[in-house]
Ligand binder design. Structure first.
Ligand SMILES: Nc1nc2c(ncn2[C@@H]2O[C@H](COP(=O)(O)OP(=O)(O)OP(=O)(O)O)[C@@H](O)[C@H]2O)c(=O)[nH]1
Ligand SMILES: [Mg+2]
Length: 284
């Protein structure tokens, strides 16, 4: 529904002018705008401001001296369906998490501005690609021109990790003989580490073999999401972050109380007498 093809063919300027190529192509009005969720309208407004800042920079205009100049980067999220790409983008850009799965058809866009140390302003255009796009003809077009590719998988789903070979192959094929972009390996659903199916060693091995930057996050709790994208922005902008700067970038995450049912054999309740029987204390 939100495919680039549709935007280009409908040539919308009122709400959905989401790519530079569309801005350049002299646009009319989109017939499908009314169907877009409010969220996308806001993204496109933000995105339009970023594009305008870029155009002003390119034209050498500095009429709005209050408006900072933004370094712009296209960051694309790839990986199987349901690994949590949309959830990570939503957590980072809107600090929101939806428990219910809503499949992304084609692609969706998010925009987030961050200010890096040294007062460097960065505008990240996040392209959230639906996992089903892997067989689609448009995928290479989506990948093309990315500054960063984030290969995402779900730590509880081994197949989603295995399939990253295929996603990476498609990235390499798209860039062909041109230099590869920044590529990151992002393990999501870290809140489910107790049922992980992909060992950390496997993750590290794949990252090392393919020269990938490595991240572990949980879109659900928000753990490491902000700091990971902040770090990607900094790496793209060539800014080295100190440990305290990275820690500041990480938003505090809420701890969740897990309320296991009583008499649950998976989580037996500790009994003080049993513990006393099992453990013998000796004073030396
Ligand atoms: N426990 C847990 N669930 C998550 C996490 N991230 C996402 N989910 C859930 O996983 C499901 C899929 O998340 P999405 O973000 O829609 O997955 P996606 O990768 O965008 O999927 P496609 O759009 O089909 O490509 C949803 O039900 C989310 O609530 C997480 O960090 N922890
Ligand atoms: Mg999605």
């Amino acid at each position: 529904m939100f495919g680039l093809q549709r935007f280009q063919s409908d040539a919308c300027v009122s709400k959905c002018n989401l790519t530079g190529s569309m801005v350049r192509s002299g646009l009319g009005k989109c017939t499908s705008c009314a169907k877009l969720p409010e969220r996308l309208g806001e993204h496109s407004r933000q995105f339009r401001r970023c594009v305008m800042a870029e155009l002003r920079t390119q034209l050498g205009e500095d009429d709005d001296e209050d408006e900072p100049e933004y370094l712009q980067f296209k960051v694309i999220l790839l990986g199987d369906g349901a690994v949590g790409k949309t959830s990570m983008a939503t957590r980072f850009c809107e600090d929101h998490f939806a428990k219910q799965y809503k499949q992304t058809i084609g692609l969706d866009f998010f925009v987030k501005r961050v200010v890096l140390p040294g007062d460097i302003h960065v505008c990240l255009q996040i392209w959230d690609i639906g996992g089903q796009s892997i067989g689609g003809k448009m995928l290479s077009n989506y990948i093309y021109g990315s500054s960063a590719v984030v290969l995402c998988y779900d730590i509880t789903n081994y197949q989603s990790f295995q399939h990253l070979e295929d996603w990476l192959f498609l990235v390499k094929r798209t860039f062909d003989k041109t230099p590869l972009p920044y590529i990151a390996l992002m393990a999501n659903k870290h809140d489910l580490a107790h049922i992980r199916a992909v060992k950390v060693d496997k993750h590290n091995q794949f990252a090392e073999e393919n020269d990938l930057y490595s991240y572990f996050v949980s879109a659900r709790t928000g753990d490491q999401v902000h700091s990971s994208f902040f770090r990607i922005a900094a790496d793209l902008a060539g800014v080295t972050l100190t440990k305290p700067e990275l820690e500041v970038a990480q938003k505090p995450t809420k701890a969740e109380l897990v309320n296991h049912p009583r008499n649950d054999p998976a989580h037996p309740e500790a009994n003080a007498d049993d513990i006393a029987k099992e453990k013998k204390c000796s004073i030396m």
